[in-house]
Design a protein around this ligand. Structure first.
Ligand code: NAD
Ligand code: GLY
Length: 370
């Protein structure tokens, strides 16, 4: 599944003519040869945000300049609250005002918010232009930059408007994580932890043994976490690109998590925080459905605490908190005819998608929320 040649690891995403590699290593962004063999074009557009631009835009621009006649940059406002039509339109405004043609290559320089929006812009600008993911958060390196899900939020629901559209390359420069705030590192660990209970219990063991090193940003340990996460995601996406079935397991914790994000207002809890807490709720539901024992729920919860993440959900509506969560969850993309479908654990290292009795779901929410 992977080929490791020091100092670079490459993980392949195999999707016929949409196949590409994830490059993982230190100091990749500023090397000109990192950007060799991308689709030929006269123009590149770097899409980034106001936090990341001062840190990395210049280095990326210098490195890609030899490959293009013109390199433009559009700087977006920062934050989940800006993952919407208005901000997406800033990308189209920049592309059109600079006369960018249909071969223009977009570079998504940032976390999952920039990546998801740039991907959606690339999918729709002139009916599709190539784009490269340059993820700079742990969460985006282990999850959002890989697999071609692109989207913006709607006030009524998370990631409700988007497209499946694969990047032509993903470049995970681990050295960019040095500037990441601790809260964002923890949020990324939620998505790393996710891969254990759904697919690889040996990886869960490894994360437990290395949580302190991950929190301390040990470079070798982070490199392994990114590589193994990408390998598992590549394995899933390679079998089910458009989420006809298997890929849904990657949404473990997300049904509850998206309700937290949308219910509180986007950006109040970080996506990874909501997913971490959502995984505790989904594990608890799995236990009540008789699919896993209480020890696995307790183990997962303890790890999420050690990763610096909340494990008790917020009260969004004091009058009927469970009802409020359920209303949000009915809008989830997995819902069928208003029936909520949950990703639940189906034994250690396995996950499946199924419904659950309303009363049980209410009870889980009431038990797991502060
Ligand atoms: P984010 O993009 O908001 O980035 C987090 C914060 O860190 C931002 O303030 C950002 O400016 C800042 N930042 C980014 N890189 C930095 C760096 N190197 N140094 C300092 N600051 C840096 O959040 P995220 O956690 O990366 O991504 C969350 C988003 O990803 C959500 O919108 C979620 O829905 C989406 N997502 C998508 C997928 C997918 O498959 N497409 C999967 C998981 C999550
Ligand atoms: N993050 C879930 C997916 O890519 O399917």
């Amino acid at each position: 599944m992977s080929e490791t040649t020091f100092p670079l690891a490459k993980v392949a995403i195999s999707l016929d003519d949409r196949s590409y590699d994830i490059h993982i290593g230190q100091d990749l962004l500023s090397r000109s040869d990192t950007w060799d063999h991308l689709p030929k074009a006269q123009t590149a557009m770097i899409v980034t945000n106001e936090t990341i631009a001062p840190l990395y835009e210049d280095a990326l621009r210098r490195a890609i300049c030899p490959h293009y006649k013109q390199v433009h940059t559009v700087v977006l406002p920062d934050g989940e609250a800006h993952k919407n039509w208005q901000t997406l339109n800033l990308i189209f405004d920049a592309l059109l005002s600079k006369g960018c043609d249909r071969k223009t290559v977009l570079f998504a320089l940032g976390g999952g918010v920039v990546g998801d929006m740039t991907g959606f812009a690339a999918a729709s600008y002139m009916r599709g232009v190539p784009f490269v993911q340059v993820p700079t958060t742990l969460l985006s390196q282990v999850d959002s930059s890989v697999g071609g899900k692109t989207a913006i939020n709607h006030p009524l629901g998370k990631n409700m408007i988007g497209a499946f559209y694969q990047p032509v390359r993903v470049v995970c420069d681990l050295s960019t994580l040095r500037t990441l705030p601790g809260r964002e590192l923890s949020a990324g660990l939620a998505e790393v932890i996710k891969y254990g209970p759904i697919a690889d219990m040996a990886f869960l063991d490894w994360i437990e043994s290395n949580t302190d090193a991950l929190m301390a940003q040990d470079p070798a340990v982070l490199a392994h976490a990114v590589q193994r996460s990408c390998e598992i995601k590549a394995w899933v996406v390679g079998q089910d690109e458009r989420e006809a079935g298997l890929r849904a397991i990657l949404n473990f914790g997300h049904t509850f998590g998206h309700a937290i994000e949308a219910g509180l207002g986007f950006g109040v809890w970080l996506h990874g925080e909501a997913v971490g807490c959502g995984m505790v709720m989904a594990a608890e539901l799995s236990h009540r459905l008789g699919l896993v024992d209480a020890a696995l729920v307790a183990r997962l919860k303890a790890l999420i605490v050690r990763a610096g993440l909340p494990v008790r959900g917020p009260v969004i509506d004091a009058a009927d908190n469970a009802g409020h969560y359920i209303d949000h969850m009915r809008l989830d993309k997995k819902s069928v005819g208003g029936d909520i479908q949950f990703v639940v654990l189906d034994g250690p290292g396995k996950a499946t998608v199924r419904g659950a009795p309303d009363a049980m779901v209410r009870d889980v929410i009431n038990t797991c929320c502060a």
